[in-house]
Every structure is written in structure tokens, then in C-alpha cells.
Design a protein around this ligand. Structure first.
Ligand code: SF4
Ligand code: SF4
Length: 319
């Protein structure tokens, strides 16, 4: 386990909230005592390298006082960091978090809300005055990203994030993104969130529940707040479900009628590797997802050009 992220409040000063806000449906109130129990348990269980406080701009003093007493006892073993937004950064804020052991801030740059880099750069300079390490959380909303010069100048690190839950990035855009990342790496340290890393081939799994967990203000724990709507999460779960199964068994478990069943099996074998090697290839995470697509009749719609070519080839024979 690398990271435990802790939401300090279900309230946020941003109005309107970000379109991807994970707090939208959450109504529970902050409860330090439950939170403390959860965090103590999570630290013992997961042994994180880093704790990241997510601060949304509400009641810093009320939230921090009990927290700091607790974190003082663990700060020697675990890096303490904070993710927050430019609106909350002041001298008082930076002085406060610095005196309480926060070593780094990830400052969000949300191109939808910040029309230019001026506010971000102003706040970055305040943070640097207090010798707090600064990363820019840059939300990728278009590719090429064209990251503003001020961000590159004042950040110690660039954290590239996707919208959540992530959609699939087109192959061509992925190639452009890879080239851009290499260019930025020659200027400063670049980190990529796992939702993006999985698409760039940097990680096999997104790490929800293994690399990181998320603790909510009421003390409940999530592997990822976006998982219910996330394609990659479902994909991973169906991969687990599909282990040691064959396409045939998956088709039967889904009560697939003929000729859909034959088309599905033929497609999976041809599309995802050696057609003879059903057992092995069935362990890819796509088996259940594609069974769902065939059952919904959206297999053409969901296929790329190569997939559609294969479907047409199969359908010449079976339909
Ligand atoms: S800053 Fe965070 S908590 Fe606030 S609206 Fe945006 S995503 Fe939600
Ligand atoms: S489940 Fe994984 S890929 Fe999906 S949003 Fe969460 S971390 Fe990202």
C-alpha cells in the first residue's frame, strides 16, 4: 500500500462543484472519532508510505486541531501531504500546515475553472515561501495538454490526472500524450495517476484497494470513490470472475442463445489472441464485458475498426 487519501470534509467551497466531484452524493458529516479509528486501523493494515489529506476549504481549524494531535505520533514513519485548491492558499494556511508536518502540497489546476495561470502561480509562490514541496495536479481535459509555463516553472512535480471515472483515450491521442509526457519529463518530475497509467501501459491494474484507499469524512473506507461508474474497475472485477473459465462457460452462464453464443466465442478467440487457446485467453478481463455487449446487441458499436472487421468476417459465416 502506497497511499491513504483522507477526505477532511464533505463540504466544499467550490460553487458550482467540479463536474466529476466525488462528494456529490455524500451527505454524512465529519466525525473525527470514527475517522481516527478508521485511519488507525487502515494504517496498521495497509502500512502506507504516504497519507494525503484532501482539503476542500471548509473549517480548517476545526478539522485540523484533533488531527494534528494524532498525526504528530505517526509523522516520523509516514509522509504527510495535502491536496487542495488555489482558493484556500494564504500565508496563514501555509504557516499552519507547515507547523503541523505537511511536507508537500498538490495544488489543483483545473482548466475548466481557472481561465489562466495567474491565480495558480500567485498561490504557488506563497507555498514556495514556506519551503513546502509543490506539485501541480493537472487535470487533462484535452490532448495535447499544452501546460502553462508558470506551472512548469514553479512546480517541483507535475501530477497528470484524468477526469474520473476515466473514459478510454483514443490510440492516436495516447501516442501524442506519451510524447508530451516525455518532453515534460526533461524539464521536471512527472507522475501519472493510475487511471491514466493503466491506459499508457505503465501499470496492469489501476491499484484501487491495493496501491491506495480512500477514507471518507464519516470514517467509512472505499478503494475508489468512482468505481461504480468506472469501466476499468468493472473490467478488473470481471477478470477476477473469469479466471479459470472458458468463453463457452461464460456464454452458458449468461444464457446466450445461438447463434449469438457461437459468434461471441468466435469473436473472443479471434479478437483477443490465439484462436486455439481459449482457456488462456479467457483470463483477459474482457470476457464478461463482451458477453454483456453481445447480449445488448451493441458489439459492433463498441468495437474498433479491427473488431468490426472480425465481426463482419464472422457474420458472413454465421448470419
Ligand atoms: S474541489 Fe474536490 S470536493 Fe470540491 S467540488 Fe471539486 S472535486 Fe468536489
Ligand atoms: S477504479 Fe481505478 S481506474 Fe477507475 S477511477 Fe478508480 S482508480 Fe481510476
Amino acid at each position: 500500500m502506497k497511499l491513504i487519501a483522507i477526505s477532511l470534509s464533505n463540504n466544499c467551497i467550490k460553487k458550482p462543484r467540479c463536474k466529476f466531484c466525488y462528494l456529490k452524493d455524500k451527505k454524512e458529516n465529519y466525525d473525527f472519532w470514527k475517522l481516527e479509528n478508521s485511519i488507525r486501523g487502515a494504517i496498521e493494515k495497509h502500512k502506507p508510505d504516504t497519507i494525503c489529506f484532501e482539503y476542500n476549504g471548509i473549517n480548517l481549524d476545526i478539522l485540523l486541531d484533533p488531527w494534528w494531535n494524532y498525526t504528530q505520533s505517526i509523522k516520523k514513519k509516514i509522509n504527510l501531504t495535502m491536496t487542495t485548491m488555489p482558493q484556500v492558499i494564504t500565508d496563514t494556511f501555509c504557516g499552519c500546515i507547515k507547523s503541523h508536518g505537511i511536507e508537500a502540497i498538490s495544488l489543483s489546476y483545473d482548466s475548466e475553472k481557472i481561465k489562466d495561470q495567474i491565480e495558480w502561480v500567485d498561490k504557488a509562490q506563497i507555498i514556495k515561501k514556506y519551503e513546502i514541496k509543490l506539485a501541480c495536479n493537472f487535470l487533462i481535459e484535452k490532448i495535447p495538454m499544452n501546460i502553462p509555463a508558470g506551472i512548469l516553472k514553479f512546480s517541483d512535480q507535475l501530477n497528470l490526472l484524468t477526469l474520473k471515472p476515466p473514459g478510454k483515450i483514443k490510440d492516436k491521442s495516447l501516442e501524442i500524450l506519451k510524447m508530451e509526457i516525455e518532453q515534460y519529463k526533461s524539464i521536471l518530475s512527472v507522475a501519472v495517476d493510475n487511471c491514466l497509467g493503466i491506459q499508457l501501459g505503465l501499470t496492469k491494474e489501476c491499484g484501487a484497494g491495493t496501491d491506495f484507499i480512500h477514507i471518507n469524512p464519516d470514517g467509512t473506507t472505499d478503494d475508489c470513490c468512482f468505481k461504480e461508474k468506472c469501466f476499468f474497475y468493472k473490467d478488473n472485477k470481471s477478470k477476477e470472475k473469469n479466471e479459470n473459465k472458458t468463453y463457452n462457460k461464460i456464454a452458458e452462464a449468461n444464457n446466450m442463445p445461438e447463434p449469438m453464443k457461437t459468434r461471441y466465442i468466435a469473436y473472443m478467440r479471434l479478437r483477443w489472441g490465439n484462436p486455439e487457446d481459449e482457456e488462456l485467453k479467457c483470463q483477459v478481463g474482457y470476457a464478461q464485458e463482451w458477453a454483456d455487449r453481445f447480449l445488448e446487441g451493441i458489439e459492433y458499436e463498441c468495437s474498433d475498426i479491427e473488431g468490426q472487421r472480425i465481426l463482419k468476417e464472422i457474420d458472413l459465416e454465421f448470419l
